[in-house]
Structure formats: structure tokens, C-alpha cells
Design a protein around this ligand. Structure first.
Ligand SMILES: CC(C)(COP(=O)(O)OP(=O)(O)OC[C@H]1O[C@@H](n2cnc3c(N)ncnc32)[C@H](O)[C@@H]1OP(=O)(O)O)[C@@H](O)C(=O)NCCC(=O)NCCS
Length: 102
């Protein structure tokens, strides 16, 4: 995730949660450093530029991965996007030393 993604991220966030994160909360995570990892899924073939289909926000704290946020655009749910984001975050967390995920 980059700052330029935040407009698309916020549209999904407010459509997904009764108490959405604010744009400032995402921006703070982006500058937090190695502790915080934010990944987006862009949908190749669904537009030019490819639209943002979903995102996941995690922290890796010593040997633990904490999943803090996960959402998918309501238009593209039940197509495996959340599963792909989770798998990517878990793989990267494992590579960084995580041995459990919460
Ligand atoms: C939860 C959410 C991220 C799932 O995204 P998704 O891309 O549709 O999920 P996937 O297609 O990868 O689904 C993987 C599996 O999760 C389960 N699943 C996903 N959505 C489900 C639902 N609404 N009800 C029951 N099971 C569900 C199913 O087992 C699914 O596999 P299947 O489609 O083969 O049955 C999405 O519905 C969402 O953004 N919801 C609002 C935000 C939210 O609740 N986030 C999680 C808490 S932070």
C-alpha cells in the first residue's frame, strides 16, 4: 500500500465497517516502519489502471503476526481475494520470523 492508494482503500473501508479506520490511521501505518506491513491486491484485467480489490494490514511483533485489518471491495467478494491477501501476509510474516498469527 502507498499513499496514492488511500482514496481507493478508504472507499472499501467505509463500505466494509461500521467503525472504519480513518485515512490518517492508514497513513500512520504506512510510516510506522518494519513493524507494520500493508498489502493491496490490484485486479489485473479489471480496468486500466487495475482497480484495488482489497487490502490487509498486519504487524509482525517478534514471533507473532497480528492481523489488524482485512477488507475486500463488495463488488469482488467470494473470489478468493481475501484468501490470497492472507496467504501472502502469512508467507511474508513467516519469512520475517513469525511463528503464530492472531
Ligand atoms: C471478510 C472478507 C474480507 C472476505 O473477503 P473475500 O475476498 O470475499 O473472501 P474469499 O473469497 O477469499 O473467501 C475465502 C473463504 O472465506 C469464507 N468466507 C468469505 N466470506 C464469507 C462470508 N460472507 N460468509 C461465510 N464465509 C465466508 C469462505 O470459506 C470463503 O471460501 P469459499 O468462497 O470458497 O466458500 C470480506 O467479506 C470483507 O471485506 N468483509 C467486510 C470486512 C471484514 O469483515 N473484514 C474482516 C475483519 S477485519
Amino acid at each position: 500500500m502507498r499513499r496514492e492508494d488511500l482514496a481507493e482503500v478508504m472507499a472499501i473501508e467505509v463500505a466494509s465497517f461500521a467503525l472504519p479506520w480513518t485515512e490518517e490511521m492508514f497513513a500512520n501505518e504506512l510510516v510506522r516502519g518494519t513493524l507494520s506491513e500493508l498489502l493491496v491486491a490490484r485486479l489485473a484485467g479489471a480496468g486500466d489502471p487495475p482497480p484495488l480489490g482489497g487490502y490487509i494490514c498486519v504487524w509482525v511483533v517478534t514471533d507473532e503476526l497480528h492481523i489488524n485489518n482485512l477488507a475486500v471491495n463488495p463488488r469482488w467478494r467470494r473470489r478468493g481475494i481475501a484468501a490470497a491477501l492472507l496467504e501472502c501476509a502469512l508467507t511474508r510474516g513467516r519469512d520475517s520470523g513469525a511463528r503464530a498469527a492472531y
